[in-house]
Design a protein around this ligand. Sequence first.
Ligand code: GRG
Length: 280
Amino acid sequence: MNRALGHFLPPARTRPATIHQAMRYSLFAGGKRIRPILTLAASEACGGQSASAMPLACVVECIHTYSLIHDDLPAMDNDDFRRGRPTSHKVYGEGIAVLTGDALLTQAFEITAQAKGWPCYPHATLIHEITDTAGSLKLIAGQVADLEGEGKNLSVAQLRYIHERKTSALLACSVRLGGMSANCTPRQLKALTDFGYNVGLAFQVIDDILDVTQTTEKLGKTAGKDQATAKATYPAIIGLAKSRRIAKKLTDKAFAALKPFKGKATALEAMAEYLLKRSN
Ligand code: GRG
């Protein structure tokens, strides 16, 4: 994964070196690589080759890293610590951090354009998949609702709206792109969408639980931030025990969605289990 990402990015010394170093600083800071692994696992479930899925795995990691850099900015979540390191704006300043996010998002399209293409899913389909996910109806919609929800008492339905867009959408896109790179059937694509949706929601519920149960050192980002900023989360609204039950239920649904793969989606199953049990 790291080798492929390194290959797609301009070398760190390419002018202007600051931006290329900043892109690498955040990309190679030790993220868990959950989304690209999901892309490769989905491709495998559909009988694909990892070499065909790898460019798209890099695409989702670039988009994810861009969203983290921008989310950490003082104008958004204002965080000093991410992936166990000072955030991009702390090291490079706010202007360069904004541009680093912009550059990584643009890099995602560059990688997609350069990929060799897939018979059943032409470039236009893939680009539409990415714009639909990263645009104002999903990722950005989730962030807007998150910002506007600050300091308000949100309902579980409003919280789910945010989670579906801010988190679940990119996880669903990650597995869908993996399936597309393996020329999956419409039935397989539907199964991957259901899997990604549920595993994505479970991922965010667990993330909210970890925010209150783990340390900053363990998480590599500021723990207890949700409570400190009075953010609406599942543990805050319904408590820890009920949140854990919801995460388990969503994971069960994700497992059920994999039925059409008839036991061939073992890597996706392993990921769903890991995401439920993870501690960072
Ligand atoms: C478009 C600026 C912008 C934001 C969109 C995705 C997003 C909304 C904001 C990013 C921050 C955030 C809290 C997202 C929710 C999903 C989440 C918990 C991300 C952290 O993902 P991990 O744990 O991170 O996979 P690593 O560092 O391991 O890759």
